[in-house]
Design a protein around this ligand. Structure first.
Ligand code: 1HE
Length: 265
């Protein structure tokens, strides 16, 4: 389905760099505002399917003035219905690897975080927004529909009515508003987002692996389940986590006065 125009074969569309236990993933197509063509989506899938040993958290961010302008609209015009389904399913596979991969992912947002860019951000586990960030779902005005998982993930962050409003009216949400309604969990001045993202990623790296795993893989399933099944899953996860040697050691440290208190963590 990819159009082989040379640029799409370029691995530099998404760049990675390891800093200690953190994997930095940079959308690197600033001349197109990090619009995501098929090759970019496939690169994201490959990166999050093969997290290097020793990496415990990832940060995804965009090069240039924007996080991402969403789907590369130039690839959309020639698709028929079945190709459209396959294309959307390719996005689902890639963003599932982000959400349900092996390490938590912090999204560092700035400038445009629109359409598929917002879908990518929604698949991450924590979002840090610099003041320049703005959110929109221009799909509504382009005559299309979201296809990268936004209809599933975004209402869990902001509610269905707000998402529908964004698509019905083309409403643009500012960084401040986005933080208030639950798109981002942290907001920073422009240029300070990476510092914050690294601070958060470092904390995440220090957690017990089983806690991070439960937050990534079990909590969302609990949220999707009936109350009865959800409570059972919670009990099973709690019992598994507390029986791990790492939990026993951490609890012992606290009881011996050697661990940090709440607020010092
Ligand atoms: C693009 C794209 C793109 C920029 N596909 N080429 N997304 C949108 O509808 C958003 C469309 N983009 C914009 O509204 C603006 O570009 C921005 C507000 C994000 C940034 O504005 P600005 O002034 O910084 O940049 P620009 O001049 O508009 O764009 C620079 C170049 O990037 C220009 O190409 P050039 O060859 O003329 O230099 C633009 O055409 C190109 N460009 N955005 C292709 N999106 C899984 S389904 C998901 C569905 C969606 O994501 S729909 C939403 C698509």
């Amino acid at each position: 389905m990819s159009i082989n125009n040379g640029e799409q074969q370029d691995p530099s569309l998404v760049q990675t760099e390891i800093k200690g236990e953190i994997l930095l993933v940079r959308l690197s197509r600033p001349q197109k505002r990090n619009a995501m063509n098929d090759a970019t989506v496939q690169a994201i899938e490959a990166i999050f399917s093969n997290i290097p040993d020793g990496v415990k958290c990832a940060i995804i961010y965009g090069e240039g003035k924007h996080f991402s302008a969403g789907l590369d609209l130039s690839e959309l015009t020639e698709r028929d219905t079945m190709q459209g389904v396959h294309h959307s399913r390719m996005w689902h596979r890639a963003l599932d690897k982000v959400q349900f991969g092996t390490v938590p992912v912090v999204a560092l947002l700035h400038g445009a975080c629109v359409g598929g860019g917002l879908e990518l951000a929604s698949a991450c586990h924590i979002r840090v927004a610099e003041a320049s960030t703005f959110y929109a779902l221009p799909e509504g005005q382009r005559g299309i529909f979201v296809g990268g998982g936004a209809s599933v993930r975004l209402p869990k962050l902001i509610g269905m009515a707000r998402m529908a409003d964004m698509m019905f009216t083309g409403r643009v949400i500012t960084a401040d508003e986005g933080n208030t309604i639950g798109i981002s969990q942290y907001i920073t001045e422009d240029g300070k987002g990476m510092e914050k993202a690294i601070e958060l990623a470092t904390k995440i790296c220090g957690n017990a692996g089983i806690t991070n795993y439960a937050l990534m893989h079990v909590l969302p399933r609990i949220a999707d389940a009936s109350q009865d099944q959800a409570l059972m899953m919670e009990s099973l996860m709690a019992a598994i986590a507390q029986s791990a040697p790492e939990a026993k050691e951490r609890l012992k440290q606290f009881l011996e006065g050697k661990a940090k208190k709440v607020g010092e963590l």
